[in-house]
Design a protein around this ligand. Structure first.
Ligand code: NI
Length: 181
């Protein structure tokens, strides 16, 4: 297993739409293992493949260290598709390993239904709410090339500008490996 440098805001792959995975082969399984190791090293709760420089459609989630979520098993979602969302929105503060030190309130549907394939290539449909729904939607955004600044009002994005610039210039100190500029 290996810890992979995490891509940072400004890295082009974070703006690209992920490609569907045709076969869950050994390469993908190794990628998943490395993503879990990278995510744990960085104390993250979710990680999308493009955050480790890979253009495939998958993300990993591990909420076992989050209060109230200890019972949710670590998840891998391959080729995920959100098939339903509640009308009700909730505001939750989000962070992102590709946006170190930046936090922002983001409004998103409270509940979702998501379809994906697991590592045995079996199709799974689950409903998620609360924090799990939040993390899934954040990671799902990554696979569409979207990030937190795209989910806030423009005046708020303006307030982030300096911080985003500092991230792009690698001026923000992080305690996990990140990509070079
Ligand atoms: Ni993120």
């Amino acid at each position: 297993m290996a810890v992979i440098p995490i891509t940072q805001y400004g890295d082009r792959i974070l703006r690209e739409k992920a490609k569907k995975i045709k076969n869950v082969d050994d390469k993908i399984i190794t990628l998943i293992r490395d993503m879990f190791e990278t995510m744990r090293k960085a104390n993250g709760v979710g990680l999308a493949a493009n955050q480790v420089g890979n253009g495939n459609s998958l993300f990993t989630i591990d909420l076992t260290g989050v209060e109230g979520c200890e019972k949710i098993k670590p998840l891998v979602m391959i080729n995920p598709e959100i098939i339903a969302s509640s009308d009700e929105l909730v505001t939750i503060e989000e962070g992102c390993l590709s946006l170190p030190n930046l936090r922002a309130d983001v409004d998103r549907p409270e509940k979702i239904q998501i379809k994906y394939i697991d590592t045995d290539e079996k199709e799974v449909i689950i409903e998620a709410d609360d924090f799990l729904a939040r993390v899934i939607q954040h990671e799902y955004d990554h696979l569409q090339g979207k990030m937190i600044p795209d989910r806030v009002e423009s005046y708020e994005k303006n307030k982030m500008k300096n911080e985003l610039m500092r991230i792009m210039k690698r001026e923000v100190e992080v305690n996990y490996p990140i990509t070079d500029r």
